[in-house]
Design a protein around this ligand. Structure first.
Ligand SMILES: *[C@@H]1O[C@H](CO)[C@@H](O)[C@H](O)[C@H]1NC(C)=O
Ligand SMILES: *[C@@H]1O[C@H](CO)[C@@H](O)[C@H](O)[C@H]1NC(C)=O
Ligand SMILES: *[C@@H]1O[C@H](CO)[C@@H](O)[C@H](O)[C@H]1NC(C)=O
Length: 575
């Protein structure tokens, strides 16, 4: 008897010991602004993406994987938190907005929990390489209250903000300069600030205030009125920042070497895992294929689609290096690899904005398939069969609960989680989407709703609001991006209804009269969804969106300029 007890004890101990090392690793690869139509395994036959295609072949391709927003900041927030951005003030305001400047106090609220945080709490070693774009500082430069390390990443090498148009050193007038010039002229901000200054001096002249007060008031006025101008007009120097953990290591960054440097960091991170017993979670958040399109010289002119195609191929090369490193280290079998994009291609940018395949619309259009249907592939040889195709509706918010299921970690109980576990679907289960409904937002406006009845095969989509596209197109070329409200949209009553299973292009609206039940069910779901939302601070409010000089990150003060020197030769880029 005693022997048996001992045997049992021993085997339990052994199982526990083995299990400790047996949990999978995670690699998340996230592209920026990449359209579904730009990837080989999603139908593109002229851009070469062999490494993304290989992930699909060895694992699963998700053909109806949806972003929670059609623009960077809210979409990335939803991916990490598993919740609609509207629940914590990150949806935007009125227009499809990302954070435009680095030196603002807004960001992902500290009360949000992310899945990397959950993994770290469960003993994972975590790292974020690349773009963050979810805020940085709250009260002063360096408090790093919205820094990736506050949201579960042990190591950060990348862009606290984003690579955007203004990071291109060769642009004559940047978007920020143009915008600042027009805004200040329209609101007469220079006239207002000059008048205020005259008033302050008059107060001093009549001895109502002292010099100290003159100085304080002027500094305050300057930072309120003039600093936004400085910040917008010097976008490249003030926003195009590269950090390692808490240190600024390059500003402005050299965009043409970012992807190779991130790749090198990824290889280093993976190699370091060899000597560690902890499992890991790595997110590589690419700057490709967002403007400025400045791929490394080894990729320029190599694709058939200009700088855009070159940038897609550069990213695919980097993914290949990451995958080859996993293979070399014997980690492929038990690593969950996920590739997606944060929002659809920016079709208004023409040739340089990419393609959303057969789908209408693109970046900014939270209600359009082209804005939110993301080219997504997942590989995990232990659990996912090669060649799996998931056609049911899934969401980027599902990653949180899916990772939780894999880790056997409980989900946060004090909040509504919008994501669902999609491990069964990835494992090949023939079952409907775990979502009865998905709500598609454009900024903080609900534009469309997806409904997947439990019976039958059809997924419905009701458009409450449609975009006023330029005639003959599915974009808003005159505005550069479609608006979410006002003159920019049409309110549909009754909503336009489509069967996106049989009509994914949404060419054939179904008459509301023929399916009143479907619309009634959807309307009821909208009411319930709205009831579940609570009043929160909007991170896109004017005050949170105003840049402050004391929030400006800087290296080499007061010059705010520095460079990182890295030897890229070990990568044999392009070879
Ligand atoms: C970026 O780095 C490349 C390669 O080192 C160099 O040739 C190029 O001049 C740099 N660009 C800028 C704007 O510094
Ligand atoms: C492949 O991508 C390029 C660049 O976005 C696009 O011009 C082309 O139409 C795409 N091809 C297909 C078949 O979708
Ligand atoms: C639903 O789809 C499956 C697989 O695509 C098919 O076998 C089945 O016949 C479909 N059922 C209906 C009701 O259309």
């Amino acid at each position: 008897m005693a022997r048996l007890v001992w045997l049992c004890f021993l085997s339990v101990a052994l199982i526990t010991l083995c299990r400790g090392d047996d949990r999978p690793n995670f690699v998340f690869l996230v592209a920026d602004d990449l359209g579904t139509g730009d990837v080989g395994c999603f139908g593109n036959d002229t851009i070469r993406t062999p490494n993304i295609d290989r992930i699909a072949a060895k694992g699963a391709k998700l053909t109806q994987h949806l972003a929670a927003a059609a623009i960077c900041t809210p979409s990335r927030a939803a991916f990490l938190t598993g919740r609609y951005p509207i629940r914590y003030g990150m949806a935007g305001r009125t227009a499809p907005l990302p954070f435009f400047l680095l030196s603002i106090p807004s960001g992902l609220p500290r009360s949000e929990v992310t899945f990397p945080q959950m993994a770290r709490d469960h003993g994972y070693r975590t790292a974020l390489l690349g773009k963050w774009h979810l805020g940085l500082n709250c009260a002063w430069a360096g408090d790093h209250c919205h820094h990736p390390s506050e949201f579960g990443f042990d190591y950060f090498y990348g862009l606290p903000h984003s690579n955007d148009h203004d990071c291109d050193p060769d642009v004559k007038e940047t978007l920020g300069q143009n915008f600042a010039r027009r805004l200040y002229r329209r609101l007469r901000l220079w006239e207002i600030s000059t008048s205020l200054f005259v008033v302050i001096l008059a107060l001093k002249y009549f001895e109502y205030i002292q010099w100290k007060t003159v100085f304080l008031l002027s500094a305050f006025g300057w930072s309120l009125v003039a600093y936004p101008y400085v910040s917008l007009s010097n976008g490249r120097h003030l926003n195009c920042v590269l950090m390692r953990d808490d240190d600024v290591i390059e500003m402005p960054f050299n965009i043409s070497t970012i992807t190779p440097r991130m790749t090198l960091e990824a290889v280093k991170f993976l190699e370091e895992r060899k000597t560690e017993t902890k499992p890991f979670l790595l997110e590589v958040s690419y700057t490709n294929v967002h403007h400025a399109l400045l791929p490394n010289k080894e990729f320029r002119g190599k694709s058939r689609h200009g700088l855009y195609g070159d940038s897609v191929e550069e990213m695919d090369w980097s993914i290949g290096v990451v995958m080859a490193t996993l293979e070399r280290l014997g980690l492929t079998d038990n690593t969950f690899v996920y590739f997606t994009s944060d929002n659809g291609g920016h079709i208004e940018a023409g040739e340089e904005g990419g393609s959303n395949g057969i789908y209408k619309g693109g970046k900014g259009q939270g209600g359009s398939e082209g804005g939110i249907r993301m080219p997504t592939v997942v590989q995990w040889p232990r659990k996912i069969k090669p060649g799996t195709v998931v056609t049911e509706a899934t969401s980027q918010m599902d990653i949180f609960p899916t990772v939780a299921d894999i880790l056997k970690a409980p989900l946060p109980q004090d909040r509504v989680m919008d994501g669902r576990n999609i491990l069964p679907l990835l494992g090949g289960a023939k079952q409907p989407s775990p979502h009865d409904f998905l709500f598609h937002y454009c900024a903080d406006y609900l534009h469309a709703v997806r409904y997947r009845p439990r019976e039958g095969n059809v997924t419905w989509k009701a458009h409450f609001v449609s975009y006023n596209w330029d005639p003959g197109t599915t974009g808003c070329y005159s505005l550069a991006i479609c608006q979410c409200t006002g003159q920019g949209v049409t309110y549909n009553d009754p909503p336009l209804l489509y069967d996106v299973t049989n009509d994914p292009v949404e060419d054939r609206p179904i008459s509301a009269a023929s399916d009143p039940d479907v619309l009634n069910v959807i309307k009821k779901a909208v009411e319930e969804h709205k009831m579940s939302l609570t009043e929160v601070e909007n991170q896109f409010g004017l005050s949170g969106y105003l840049p402050r000089p004391w929030l400006q990150e800087c290296c080499n003060f007061p010059f705010c300029g520095c460079q990182e020197n890295v030897d890229l030769s070990p990568l044999r880029i392009g070879g």
